[in-house]
Design a protein around this ligand. Sequence first.
Ligand code: URP
Ligand code: ZN
Ligand code: ZN
Length: 469
Amino acid sequence: MSTLIQNGRVVTAADDYVADVYIEGEVVSLIGKDLAARASVKADRVIDATGKLVIPGGIDPHTHLDMPFGGTTSADDFETGTRAAAFGGTTTIIDFAIQKKGGSTFEALDTWRAKAEGKASIDYGFHMIITDLPDERVPEMRRLADQGVTSYKLFMAYPGVLYVDDGTLYRAFRKAGEDGTVICMHAENGIVIDEIVKRARADGHTEPKWHALTRPTRLEAEGVHRAVAIAEVARVPLYIVHLSCADAMEEVRRGRARGLPVHAETCPQYLLLDQSYYDRPGFEGAKWVMTPALREKWNQDVLWQGLRMNDLQAVSTDHCPFCMKGQKDLGANDFSKIPNGAPGLENRMALIYNAGVNGKRISLNRFVQLTSTNAAKMFGLFPRKGTVAVGSDADIVIFDPNREETIGIGNERTHHMRVDYTAYEGVTVRGYPDIVLSRGKVVVDKGAWHGKSGAGAFLKRGAYSGFNL
Ligand code: URP
Ligand code: ZN
Ligand code: ZN
């Protein structure tokens, strides 16, 4: 199968030009002017991309599909989640496998690969969540890296669930550094937060807004500070996940200013939503109960500036959907029992394009970097993924910069996630993916699904290559 994309505006992290892109099989084989005139170009399918952007498929390095958490399981599995991702212009995800306490990390990888195989319609990789690491398990990390799992997430939050102590952090950080891999850090002082939560509950507070009121930004900043210090001593690249506020970003900035390989992502929810959402009537605030919590609005400008100035290197979603009915309502009488997480996988590209590029906060090249290229470099996928180039996988989005959509649970063009609400109800965006290709195959064509469950492949990722990010 060969496809010729004609006359589109090809935008990568570095380039911006009008050209044709010729795809043979799963990869881009030629980029140039008037390729149809060349004898070697025989396209089975021609796509006219005049007036459209031709960009690398989005890479979302932070999703939780089919994840047991908070007494339930995230509502999207690998079938519904990856299909929704593709509709939104994301063609690669990196999800999280979770080591059972006392269990082996290989077992966890097998479990999560089995969840994805036969279901995922786009390519996927896994970070490994380490929940305990006695000395005898440390060598597993090298073997995981050999199997393409070259990043680990560790938690300072959620004591009794995913939390690990600083000794475990140090052991994991050191080994990851030795192996050329990278540490993803959920940086929040969960031990102190738990004390604050206990007091709030004892004082009779039950509503969703108390989720935010019990998680001060200083305790995220403290977590980042501690993670940077431990990473420096252990000599490992660090990637702070779902960074939500100015306080925490300042700690990243300080680490980077000292020349350390410290990086961070933020998410659309922290750029576009704020703490006032928890004041919605009744239980509605539960829709945005996620960790870290939404912050005071003024933080948004600081985060956008961080994206512009390279204090932050990526935008992920932390997609972790739970339905309001039957899942979020586990915490109807106690905010601390509301499953933590929100949907967003389908919305990221359009939201960031609209608020970022249309809003003149970031350039078009920076948009591509933040939503695709930098994650590929960080997590050992570049240049196979994250760019439009000869030899790269033909994961390509034909993005219409003028298409308007209003995101909503009732809009079948914007909502394919298996969850009974959207975090961005009523938000109108200008700029939307029209056609999406995953390894050379059209999976979405103007709202119609052409993908196949099981067509997505497990990505054996390489070493960290984010040195210059
Ligand atoms: O609320 C969130 N973020 N849920 C997913 C788990 C995590 O901490 O990333
Ligand atoms: Zn987290
Ligand atoms: Zn997460």
